[in-house]
Design a protein around this ligand. Structure first.
Ligand code: TXA
Ligand code: MG
Length: 361
């Protein structure tokens, strides 16, 4: 399949390109579009055959449902039977934005979108290009992150091309995604709201509006959830966000992180490995004395600005793969606010390879 790339840089919409992409989507094709979180791989949500093509292009398991993207609140009536007050409050506060809400679905949403569940996930992205594209499409657009299944989500055109060139009909180039990690997912279809995936809208943000919010045990466990535990969000049971090289995560006390990272760099280098390190700005300056070994150091934002860490996370993991790191050592961050979402992604990327760093280690 030939993939075309249309330009749509912020501030200058290149509306022609967006129209062309929307035509492709309406006629059953696959279109990758930018959002504020990560790039999405879109199809007409009301066309089950088109939605099936998303699963084939990504290599995604068919039991993992998709998020519907809308540009107008009126579209909710088409896809959900009820919008409770709690959902309206969240929508008024956080849409357009990085928050996905799960509600009971209508019969018109095809089973391919929801993997047979009776609920549907919906969000309105906060990105001018995405909103202009969704307006032109004039149908809800089903879109997972635009990566091959299991890989880190794409936050730039280069990332999308790396995974999906030749597998989709069209890519809208919207530059770099500003947030860098996928939306927060909250289930409002049950009596108590449940957080299924942390993101830039934090649990504290949700609780300030909803009161108590439960956190799905699979989110807290960090590693992929076992299928036998029947995770509420099917995506929770798969290994995710993983670069090709194995990842080791160093979490806990910051001085100890530095010394454990330094020890590991020396140990892996002595085995002849090319060592990739993703660390915070504050730590990197102190690791630079390790230079001279086969070492690739990448900055993953600053501890003083947790959103900079989210924005850098996936692009740094992908760039260490491009640089042919044999092993990737990643510094963990403070587990609060957006840091909770960052650590959720990192723990899954590490798939259980976690070094716990205690004070005075
Ligand atoms: O930021 C985002 O959310 C991006 C952009 C493109 O919008 N999309 C994204 O989609 O991350 P995806 O498919 O990679 O992740 C969707 C998550 C999965 O973990 C899936 O299991 C969950 O949402 N999900 C979707 N529908 C659900 C439902 N009805 N019930 C429970 N979980 C659901
Ligand atoms: Mg994804």
């Amino acid at each position: 399949m030939q993939t075309i790339v249309v330009r749509a840089t912020n501030g200058d919409h290149h509306l022609e390109g967006i129209r062309q992409a929307a035509d492709i989507l309406r006629s059953g094709g696959l279109v990758v579009f930018p959002t504020e979180t990560v790039y999405g791989l879109g199809a007409n949500a009301m066309d089950g055959d088109a939605v099936s093509r998303i699963f084939a292009a990504k290599g995604r398991p068919a039991d993992n449902p998709l998020i519907l993207h809308v540009s107008r609140l009126e579209q909710l009536a088409e896809v959900t039977t009820v919008v409770p007050d709690a959902a309206m409050m969240l929508i008024h506060r956080f849409w357009p934005g990085p928050l996905t809400i799960i509600l009971p679905k209508t019969d018109s949403v095809p089973g391919e979108v929801t993997a047979g569940l009776d609920t549907v996930a919906i969000r309105m992205p906060d990105n001018d290009i995405a909103l202009a594209f969704l307006e032109e499409c004039a149908v809800p657009v089903a879109a997972p992150s635009a990566n091959l299944s299991g890989r880190p989500s794409p936050t730039s055109l280069k990332d999308v091309i790396e995974d999906l060139d030749g597998r989709v009909d069209c890519i809208i180039d919207g530059g770099n995604c500003t947030i860098g990690i996928e939306s927060t997912v909250v289930d409002l279809s049950r009596s108590t709201p449940v957080l299924l995936r942390p993101g830039a809208v934090t649990i504290e943000d949700l609780e300030s509006i909803l009161g108590r919010v439960d956190v799905d045990p699979c989110v807290l466990s960090g590693t992929p959830c076992d299928a036998s535990t029947r995770p509420k969000s099917p995506g929770l049971k798969y290994r995710h966000y993983a670069p090709k090289a194995p990842v080791v995560l160093y979490e806990g006390d910051s001085d100890c992180r530095l010394s454990m990272l330094s020890d590991s760099i020396r140990q892996y280098s002595s085995q002849g490995k090319t060592v990739g390190v993703a660390a915070l700005r504050e730590t990197l300056s102190r690791l630079s004395k390790e230079k001279g070994t086969q070492l690739i150091l990448k900055e993953m934002g600053s501890a003083a600005d947790p959103s900079s860490i989210a924005a850098a996370l996936f692009s740094v993991l992908r760039s260490l793969d491009r640089d042919h790191a044999d092993i990737i050592l990643v510094e963990g961050v403070d587990d609060t606010g957006v840091g909770f979402a960052v650590m959720n992604r990192l723990r899954k990327a590490a798939g259980g390879n976690i070094v716990k760093c205690q004070p005075k280690c």
